[in-house]
Write a protein that binds this ligand. Sequence first.
Ligand code: FRU
Length: 523
Amino acid sequence: MNPLKVISFLSRACLAVCVFIMLLSPSALSQHALEPDYNEPLRPQVHFSPKKNWTNDPNGLVYFEGEYHLFYQYNPMGDMWGHMSWGHAVSHDLLHWQELPVAIPESGGEMIFTGSVVVDENNTSGLCLDGKPCLVAIFTGHRGSGASQQEVQNIAVSQDRGRSWQLYSENPVLDLKMANFRDPSVSWNRKANAWIMAVALPEEHQVAFYRSPDLKQWTRLSVFGPVGATGGAWECPDLLEVPNRTGNGSMWALKVGLNPGGVQGGSGEQYFLGTFDGVSFLPSQSSSLPRWTDYGKDSYCTISYNNLPKGKSPTLLGWMDNWQYAEKLPTSPWRGQMTLARQISVVQDKAGLSLAQQPVIEPLRMKGEPLAASLASGQDAVSLHKVEAPEEMDLSFKPSNASVFGVRLYSDEEHWVEIAFDRTSGILYTDRTKAGRETVEGFPAKTNAPVSEDRPWDLHLVLDRSSVEVFAQKGTIAMTNLLLPASRWTRIELFRRGGRGAVDVSGTAWPLSSGWSTPSDAH
Ligand code: FRU
């Protein structure tokens, strides 16, 4: 070959190689590696989690013009708590979420804490433009720390379906000059013919109720508490009307988070059933023994959707986490996820009056598979099903005289989770002490809930890559726990300990499609 041609050939070859090397350069590689694909080993498949960075409480849950909005406490700068802003995602079915840009960023040294969003249908605020309904967010503005900490209630308005927000120029709308005064939950109350706010006085273990004609002027109506569990700060109250599934009419439920002091240690939530007459909440049951909305370790700051279509049961969603270890969870590039949305009702039966919860999951079900297994008297365990997350299972047990019976969920032969009824102790439990290889302080736990012999022995499970949500005894018990398996879930077995007679189980398993699978078309 002519030497000139050789040089030109070499330089072209070198150019191609250089371009190739540039494409593979560390920055290009790391950029590619940093783009999350929702397929990391612990990435939830049927629960919302942000693409990257930190999240805690859900905020501003509202249904508007065909979209379920999920705003959430979000740190746009990293995967630890800080710079709190409102992240934003939308969904058509509460399962397929599309993350949108940050909705309300931290500004002027003020963080945007938890709050709610209402649809101002009749422009009561005077903030809606062009004769169209607008969205109004009511949230806590948080400044400073220690002796200089201040919390006030602010509002912001959106004219474009929550995509952009303008802070109200005369904020704050409610200022008690207090360091701790937060998490306003606002909804329209027919009886009062006004907006009603339930807001936490965390250190006093109280919920204060306010009313307003226009979301700007707020008048104090009453306070509730201290009562029930008071072992930590009260946060994230929610007041809602709940239909009675077994009778007629409805009741009012007041739910409040506390941290620490939850039933399983760290954060947890209690509820009261009673009446709300437009001024104050009156519990109709003794409050001496707290009732917990969830008996797992990982359900906090659950709030309900505003403006649901007529006929829809109240629907709530919470942060699937616990302040005890939330900042230490080994997930990356995100940290924090939400529970499934749950429809709630009141059940009244021989065992008494309880809140019942049913997860919204059906739209993700693939073909169901019948399940059945039996343990003869004296037999300890039998294989039930090959399992893969995400998966849903509905199981109904006939336990004869067995003392402990339930399922054991394996990732490998040394690691498993037990979900079982223990009739000797009168409890349902989830034991994750042997579930994973991660040793996060406070994480290993066996969570318990009291059961009733008068309710059926049923278990409804939703298993994701890093959690299991358990609903039992007609949904009157919810138990939500994060899991940190070292490898994928593989199989599930029926097991028993103690007692005589056969143990039978029957039910259905539904493999679930991923909520990330069908991108929603929101824009
Ligand atoms: C509860 C909470 C709220 C507060 C928010 C701050 O998890 O402490 O009381 O508004 O988190 O991120």
